[in-house]
Write a protein that binds this ligand. Structure first.
Ligand code: C2O
Ligand code: CU
Ligand code: CU
Length: 481
């Protein structure tokens, strides 16, 4: 299965890949219940306090629980969350620290606790085989190896994770390190003031105004015609801060989101899934597939209007109101370059001789498969060595019946994208990534390395595809064993 080939043979790295892709539209049709709603202040998930903290050892307690959520005033919808009714608190972790998390399950069904984007031992990874039964709790342990970044957690429960996530199970993880310390002066960093978490999801509501996954689920990924930001419909944010930092997570089951400002001004992407880019990248459109993250900075001084909208798939998702004279809350224009090695992506000679592996995503609906096989609980299809570089080629195979983009994700790594269909990746993909969108017919080459041993997985992060077979277990072993 693994072979080496001259990696450079079929590439033309003088060109950059065209940007993408298909997105869904959010109508503001008067028929939608939310159209008449008064905008509410964007809810901000709180930072989870440790249950104990000693030296570099931190202990957290996370409880999955059933809840009730009023998406529409006065109408209670059943929901699920962590330490609350919907979504979960932000876990702020420090690189190098030893973390223990007590994962408690107060649901009436099984769940698992997966830390998306984190490099940690298989025993803590929370894949489908790490079930916590209803009423039980389990402690997991790991040392934080990731660098400063925005990651997230969600269930990975065999066959039911799409419903659990749709019902509200997702939360953010912030990682801090010496780089983020160094950038404190340059970047907005006051949680809920100028550093805002933004969990973006789409949901259908029933006539009664509740979320009912079983009524609306789709085997090709469950979507919605209403947008939720941090679990709320129709949101606004009033501020007097000049720079806003948004830590955006696409926590939808399948939907690609396109982000723009209503005045078409530039904003700046400063981080991708796995950490900071080299420098703020000016852009007017950002697209995130399911499970991808980006941190962006909006400079409110650039706009003359008092009200600005963050547009998500052409819908006025977040209303941003400038309240008074703007406070210069960061020295953003002087943000220093962090790591010359990233955006000036280089193709080390060694890449050409590395073991090469194909991941071929095939089909849609019931027919989804990876490399001709459907996922089977506990079956291990691939084996890799710890700390060894590999080149993986992720291919979205053209299909006669239906084609759709697939968000590819792999556990226990932050990879680098080498090329998209033989061309340079998009500029905002040149940092560390753990999830990427592969368009129909496209192949994306990544440089991947696993720092832990045990059983992990790679899969399509369209959650219904994942649970219907577009997922593979692999094992990482110590060298020469
Ligand atoms: Cu977001 Cu396999 O996970
Ligand atoms: Cu993951
Ligand atoms: Cu898929």
């Amino acid at each position: 299965m693994l072979k080496t080939k001259n990696y450079f043979n079929d590439l033309d790295l003088t060109k950059q890949a065209n940007s993408m892709t298909t997105v869904d539209e959010y109508s503001s049709q008067p028929t939608l219940k939310s159209a008449k709603m008064v905008r509410q202040t964007l809810p901000i998930p709180e930072i989870l306090s440790p249950t104990s903290q000693m030296d570099h050892k931190t202990h957290y307690h996370i409880t999955a629980q059933d809840g009730l959520t009023e998406y529409f005033p006065g109408i209670k919808s059943s929901s699920k969350g962590y330490n609350g009714d919907l979504l979960g608190p932000v876990m702020r972790l420090r690189k190098g620290n030893d973390i223990t998390i007590t994962t408690e399950n107060q649901l009436k069904e099984q769940t698992t606790y997966h830390w998306h984007g984190l490099m940690l031992p298989a025993s803590a990874d929370g894949g489908p085989m790490r079930i916590v039964e209803p009423g039980d709790q389990t402690d997991i342990h790991f040392k934080v190896k990731n660098e400063a970044s925005t990651c997230w957690y969600h269930p990975h429960t065999y066959q039911i994770s799409p419903r659990q996530v749709y019902q509200g199970m997702a939360g953010l993880i912030y990682i801090e390190d010496e780089n983020s310390d160094r950038l404190e002066e340059n970047l907005p960093h006051e949680h809920g003031i100028d550093d805002l978490p933004l969990i973006v999801q789409d949901r259908y509501f029933t006539e009664e105004g509740i979320v009912d996954y079983d009524q609306v689920s789709s085997i090709d990924g469950t979507r919605g015609d209403h947008l939720l930001l941090n679990g709320a419909l129709m949101t606004k944010f009033d501020t007097n801060q000049r720079f806003l930092r948004l830590r955006i997570l696409n926590a939808s089951n399948r939907t690609n989101f396109k982000f723009e400002l209503s005045n078409q001004n530039q904003f700046f992407q400063i981080a991708s899934d796995g950490g900071f880019l080299n420098y703020p990248l000016g852009m007017t459109t950002l697209i995130l597939g399911a499970a991808e993250r980006a941190e962006i900075i909006i400079d409110l001084k650039q706009s003359s209007e008092d009200t600005l909208y963050l547009m998500v798939n052409d819908f006025k998702a977040l209303e941003i109101n400038k309240t008074e004279a703007l406070v210069e809350n960061a020295d953003f224009s002087y943000m220093i370059s962090l790591r010359e090695d990233l955006l000036n992506i280089i193709y080390p000679e060694e890449v050409k001789d590395l073991p090469f592996h194909h991941v071929i995503f095939q089909g849609t609906d019931e027919r989804v498969a990876v490399n001709g096989r459907k996922y089977k609980w506990g079956r291990i299809d691939e084996s890799y060595q710890k700390d060894q570089y590999y080149v993986w080629r992720i291919l979205n195979q053209k299909d006669d019946l239906e084609n759709m983009p697939h968000p590819f994700h792999v556990h226990d790594t932050q990879f680098r994208i080498l090329a998209r269909s033989g061309k340079l990746p998009y500029k905002n993909e040149m940092g560390y990534k753990d999830t990427l969108l592969v368009n129909p017919g496209e192949f994306v080459d990544i440089l991947v390395k696993f720092p832990d041993t045990g059983i992990f997985m790679h899969h399509c992060h369209n959650l219904e595809h994942q649970e219907h077979g577009m997922m593979t277990h692999f094992e990482v072993k110590n060298k020469d064993i």
